[in-house]
Design a protein around this ligand. Sequence first.
Ligand SMILES: Cc1cc2nc3c(=O)[nH]c(=O)nc-3n(C[C@H](O)[C@H](O)[C@H](O)COP(=O)(O)OP(=O)(O)OC[C@H]3O[C@@H](n4cnc5c(N)ncnc54)[C@H](O)[C@@H]3O)c2cc1C
Length: 392
Amino acid sequence: MQYDAVILGLGGIGSSALAESAARGLRLLGVDRFDPPHAMGSSHGGSRVIRLAYFEHEGYVPLLREAYEAFDRLSRDSGVCLMRRVGLLQGGLAGNEIARGALASARVHGLRVDGLTGREASKRFQAFDLPDSWELVYEHDAGFVRPEETIRVQLSRARAAGAEIRTNTEVVDFDDDGRKVRVRFADGSAVEAGALVIAGGAWAPRMLERFPSLRGFHLKATRQIILWIGYADSAQSLSTLSTSAMPVWLFEDGEGGAPYGIPAFAEMDLPQGVKVGVHQHGTDEVDPLLLNRTVPERVAQDIYARVARRVKAVRGAEVVATAACMYTESTDGHFVVDALDPEAPNTIIATACNGHAFKFVPVLGRVLAEAIQDRGSLKSGLAKFLRRPARD
Ligand SMILES: Cc1cc2nc3c(=O)[nH]c(=O)nc-3n(C[C@H](O)[C@H](O)[C@H](O)COP(=O)(O)OP(=O)(O)OC[C@H]3O[C@@H](n4cnc5c(N)ncnc54)[C@H](O)[C@@H]3O)c2cc1C
């Protein structure tokens, strides 16, 4: 056998799995069809929200504590600052799920949060203009992490620990015979490994559609749009759109999905303006290779207008850049991390990141590294939880 494992995809999750497995002394090959970090998948745009008071389910909080420790450790060891705790204001219409879920997580795990009305929040953070009836939660320890820098750091850790990396190399097929996995590349060559980890992001649904075990999850890639809103005068941009007036925010405004924003931050190469998007599931399914990366002016202006109603700091500013990105979605919004199929026990998948996985990449990397060494670890403990957390 040439390798203990092949890691397919070196984006957020795969680069972390490669680094964590290499640190355990395994013989590894990491492969990516592009040259990561890149802007073709799900891990670009400069920043990703990280938060502890998880509104989706309080069961994620122990994983998030581990992720915070890991981002701090990676930053310390690499000398690259990968995470900033700038706070997060989240919530919206009375009775909204986001504030309710965040408060539930905070209560169970003793997290530092403040409950605020719209008026209180607008007074505390001058960037906002929120109705008084809104119910919000401010989380002190939330903030953002840096996807591209995280991938760079993970790949350099992996290389330093002896992992082999092939970029611009596409995996076209694999065959798991129960003893080993044979992985075939677009140039016709192949390698054999004890395990294959599929961390193919938005490409995974197509790659995995022939496996009956995944049909119930209805995996799909969807198109997501990001805008940057800034002022022509960059000094004004940074004073009004930066973290002093504006923490990270996520609002349930009753218009479908939840608009969010991450402030400008010059020290971390995020100077061009506040980055905004709308966190939502069930948008149009796309083929990652055919993704339309152009954002129509009308779509950008609609998002801008929606944001400007609540975020007064962006009024009068302009959309200065746009990008398209992809979520990989499953039916229940939770990650799918497991052996692929009883027929393919050495093929491990980490997919369905549903637009909220970047903050977990160090944890997913650790879980996948353990799974390469011991497939049994996937059936117990956190990996099982990652697959399908119990719902109340
Ligand atoms: C707009 C947007 C906003 C988001 N906001 C947040 C947030 O605020 N907080 C948060 O935690 N998460 C957020 N997410 C989610 C998070 O970014 C993703 O869950 C995460 O980046 C997914 O990482 P990945 O490794 O699965 O995918 P990717 O990083 O896309 O990596 C997949 C890799 O697989 C490679 N690949 C695919 N097929 C093949 C093949 N056949 N052969 C070789 N290589 C292949 C690709 O080239 C790619 O590099 C957001 C996502 C988007 C799109």
